[in-house]
Design a protein around this ligand. Structure first.
Ligand SMILES: [Zn+2]
Ligand SMILES: [Zn+2]
Length: 65
């Protein structure tokens, strides 16, 4: 039996069946799964993407230096 999910979370790889779907970096995420790839802090509202990684502002600026 094949199951088709329209969206799978890029963070926890579970299907996203609720309305808290975020499109970040051409990937779909649960709202609660968008975390900084470096420091793992939750990225609520503001998210910076680089090389398919989601980063908080602090780490994003750090990578630019
Ligand atoms: Zn998730
Ligand atoms: Zn961070």
């Amino acid at each position: 039996m094949l199951l088709f999910f329209s969206e799978v979370c890029a963070g926890c790889e579970s299907p996203i069946a609720d309305r808290f779907l975020l499109r970040v970096n051409e990937l779909s995420w649960h709202e609660t799964c968008v975390k900084c790839a470096v420091c793992r802090s939750a990225l609520s509202g503001t998210c910076y993407c680089r090389d398919r990684l989601c980063l908080c502002y602090t780490r994003y600026v750090y990578l630019l230096l």
